[in-house]
Write a protein that binds this ligand. Sequence first.
Ligand SMILES: [Zn+2]
Length: 89
Amino acid sequence: MLRTNTIQLLHIVEEASSNYHYHLSVTGADGKPALCGYRQTMHTHMRLSTWNGKPSRLPAGYCSACTEAAANMGVVVPEAEEDTRTFRK
Ligand SMILES: [Zn+2]
């Protein structure tokens, strides 16, 4: 189990190929894989506390695999208030 300050190391990253589909990353660096393994990511400046938040304007999707991976790391991220998964597979 990692220490609780791991939360400071997680970043919200966005899919490079489509807008408003978000993943979690340890590094937050462009092109580095997200926790779920998704690799085509871009930086965002979103705070981790906004994870699973309702979108202000356009539909947003938050990766459930990244959420689960964060939980497995001992990092508590906000849970969705409703099903906001809008990923196109
Ligand atoms: Zn993901």
